[in-house]
Design a protein around this ligand. Structure first.
Ligand SMILES: [Zn+2]
Length: 213
């Protein structure tokens, strides 16, 4: 599954969802003690499993919260706060993927509400739970990390209400049981956003009304 991390990042690059050094992906394996995450600033197109940052974690007996350690020599993705918010209490194997998927970011920029936009499209509605979008916030900050977890509906037991959320004027964050599952949530949402943008309808206009004009 570690090999999948580089493969997913290369596919995201091929789709045009990131420039070569953008995007990040983390993986926590059920029963494991480490969080694997993409390193900061490296070319994702060349990423190999041995380049992943392996961070130590352990359960704090007092708070019953899993804690994370980052050594001085380790350089995890700058979005580590966002990843750990979603990973810290995961009940099983979990992958978290953040990229700048073109059509999703464009749809939000145009003013579309992503959950509402998806209601007309059964193929995403059935398979991917799309949460409310994160407002405009600076990347790499605690605020951005907390707002992403809030929009995904992360509960104290680690369960989630949604699989994917847009991050306004920035990107998208998806969660899956493995790196490709997280990728597929973004792929479905990006495809629907591309269809809607190419249709020419405006935000707030029902698809039915747009067809009738
Ligand atoms: Zn980003």
């Amino acid at each position: 599954m570690l090999t999948d991390i580089g493969d997913v990042m290369r596919q995201c690059y091929a789709k045009g969802w990131i420039t070569s050094r953008d995007g990040n992906l983390s993986l926590f394996k059920e029963g494991g003690k480490h969080l694997y995450i993409t390193p900061s600033g490296i070319k994702k197109t060349l990423l190999q499993p041995e380049q992943l940052v392996k961070l130590e974690t352990a359960m704090d007996p007092e708070t019953l919260q899993r804690r994370l350690w980052i050594s001085d020599h380790q350089k995890p993705s700058g979005e580590i706060l966002m990843h750990w918010n979603i990973q810290c209490n995961t009940p099983g194997t979990r992958a978290v993927l953040h990229v700048h998927a073109t059509h999703i970011v464009a749809a939000m920029y145009r003013g579309f509400d992503l959950p509402q936009l998806c209601m007309n499209f059964g193929e995403i509605f059935r398979l991917t739970r799309v949460g409310p979008s994160v407002p405009v916030l600076p990347a790499l900050t605690r605020e951005f990390a907390d707002a992403t977890a809030d929009c995904l509906g992360v509960h104290a037991d680690g369960s989630l209400e949604y699989d994917v959320v847009g991050q306004t004027n920035h990107g998208v964050c998806a969660v899956g049981a493995d790196p490709w599952a997280a990728y597929e949530h973004i792929e479905r949402l990006d495809h629907v956003c591309e269809i809607v943008l190419k249709s020419g309808v405006s935000p707030g206009v029902e698809v039915f009304e747009a067809v009738m004009r």
